[in-house]
Ligand binder design. Structure first.
Ligand code: UDP
Ligand code: MG
Length: 316
């Protein structure tokens, strides 16, 4: 019998833990597969960990890793991928927004030989603004980045053992999973489902975090913004030279005219702005280099009922 491993990042999901376990369990009542569930408690401040532990006492399928502090969902996903042993693994949210009824379909995809079976959600029930914002973002970003990022495609997916190993070969510290999944390529199948609104607890995404996530997506996978700075610089240089020549001829013909407050202040502000933006873009890259060179572990484990891996393996 093959084993399906579930990786469930959980941050303040105490009410959802028993529900999601039950929902997954039901999908395996008469199945040809074993399953294990690995909860990654991202240092929740409510009783999430206690709930998981009391469940784990009764159910041998349940494993958990608890972080020493909140390291974020990306770190939780990484920890999950590093620790599961299944022939395939399913990554989903603990908040029941990813319908467990899709599990058989995901597994069917796996049986058909796909390395990634991706559950894609439509955007029913979301506000018009949010829909528009994400659509614009994705059409924009796909013009810029070299990998394909799709709207509605998130972390909810099944990965074969090969796909998991491929993901784990990427050593970067600042992980943008959505991009990593797309980067490895391999045989992919997409299943669409209807968006589910959150029932319990609340979303952990503030507007600022979404914005930062957006910038990460832009910067993590290419250096085109740097090239953009370069081209802007070249264009401005060419324009300035034309302007200087033009003005010089004017002066030769008509003599010096003194007024020029407006042109002067516009030029200073415009150039200043462009320079600051370019510096900011460079700064984003330098900042990333700074953190990558430190080679810090992506997370620290406080408590677990899994076999501990060596420190080296953890930071891999
Ligand atoms: N999550 C996490 N660490 C965090 C924030 C969220 O592990 O710092 C988990 C959370 O418990 C949930 C999943 O990541 O299972 C998705 O989070 P959320 O529902 O807040 O995001 P959304 O569904 O709104 O994208
Ligand atoms: Mg959610």
């Amino acid at each position: 019998m093959q084993l399906i491993s579930f990786v469930l990042p959980a941050y303040n999901e105490e009410t959802n833990i028993p529900l999601i376990f039950q929902a997954i369990h039901e999908q395996f009542l008469d199945s040809d597969y074993h399953y294990e569930i690995l909860f990654i408690d991202d240092a929740s401040t409510d009783r999430t960990l206690e709930t998981i532990k009391s469940l784990a006492v009764r159910r041998p399928e349940i494993r958990y890793i608890s972080f020493s502090r909140n390291f974020g969902k990306e770190a939780a996903i990484l920890a999950g991928l590093q620790h599961v042993n299944g022939d395939a693994m399913i990554l989903m949210d603990t908040d029941l927004q990813h319908p467990t009824t899709l599990i058989p379909k995901l597994i069917t995809g796996f049986e058909e030989g796909y390395d990634q079976v991706i559950a894609k959600r439509d955007r029913t029930g979301e506000s018009g603004i949010r829909k528009l914002a994400s659509q614009t973002y994705y059409s924009l970003i796909n013009k810029i980045v070299d990998i394909e990022l799709e709207d509605g495609v998130g972390d909810f997916r099944l990965l074969s053992r090969d796909a998991v190993d491929a993901i784990l070969r990427m050593n970067e510290n600042q992980r943008f999973s959505k991009g990593l999944f797309s980067w490895i390529g391999m045989e992919q199948k997409i299943i669409t489902y209807q968006n589910v609104l959150r029932q319990n607890g609340e979303t952990k995404w503030s507007f600022r975090q979404l914005f930062n996530y957006g910038v990460d997506g832009l910067i993590s996978f290419n250096s085109k913004p740097l090239r953009f700075c370069f081209f802007t610089g070249v264009s401005i240089l060419v324009l300035s030279m034309l302007y200087i020549l033009f003005t010089l001829f004017g002066i030769i013909q008509d003599g010096v005219e003194t007024p020029g407050y407006f042109t002067l202040i516009s030029a200073i502000l415009l150039l200043g702005g462009i320079q600051l933006v370019s510096l900011g873009i460079i700064g984003e890259y330098v900042g990333r280099i700074y953190f990558e060179t430190k080679q810090r572990p992506a997370y620290l484990i406080q408590e677990t009922n899994m076999q501990r891996k060596s420190v080296n393996e953890q930071s891999e």
